[in-house]
Design a protein around this ligand. Sequence first.
Ligand code: AMP
Length: 254
Amino acid sequence: MTEVLQDIASARKRFRKITRAGTSLGLVPTMGALHEGHLSLVRRAADENDVVAVSVFVNPAQFDDPEDLKRYPRNFEEDRGILESAGTDLVFYPDTGDMYADGYRYKVTEIEDSQFQEGAHRRGFFDGVLTVVLKLLNIVGADRAYFGEKDWQQFNLIRGMAEAFFLNTEIIPCPIIREYDGLAMSSRNARLSSAERELAPAFHRILAGTGSPEDKAARLEDAGFAVDYVEEREGRILGAIHLGKVRLIDNVRI
Ligand code: AMP
């Protein structure tokens, strides 16, 4: 039976009891609207730890567009059922006001690697991500926390933060899970129209194909995507596009 923890003080006590008993604890932070990509992280956490906790929290601090935050898919009861069947031990589902009792006066800022790609296109995004992840890691005190390589820049910044602040949680990357046609799984895919959904796999196909980042950006525009960026960094090609009202990101190793 999956246990749902909402109150932060009680959750901290519960997590501390687990880790003090010498039981290993793995954490998978999510914003809900769960799919197979999230579940691959949950399975990996279950393989490597005695107890698995999944957090479900739509983090307002990482949205620069209030409309995007409003439209973000939320269905806790469905997520809870999915996590129950996946054998999750604990679900941490805190209240927004409790997570930001300080009114978001305190935040974590990285000043170099957060400035390009996602950071350049979504103002305040990485401050919001790093701040909420630090809060979650402090509350849960897990031995390991699992993050998807789909959000490659995010994973790198979180790992950097954990090193910079000597956090006790090991940050573990997990491979990108894709649909049968190559589209990276994302909670946002559900918002694509059927015509957009048909076009969407071309994003990955073009990113993974041959040519310079500039060629790929031009090919994506020709195919009907509005390109935010296509850039090469540390042996990866990373991209972000808009398809109608939906923004998608992806990356592939070169
Ligand atoms: P989100 O709920 O979108 O914030 O994602 C929660 C975690 O799941 C993040 O670490 C994501 O990188 C990871 N994730 C989301 N989609 C995928 C995917 N298709 N494959 C692997 N990990 C993913």
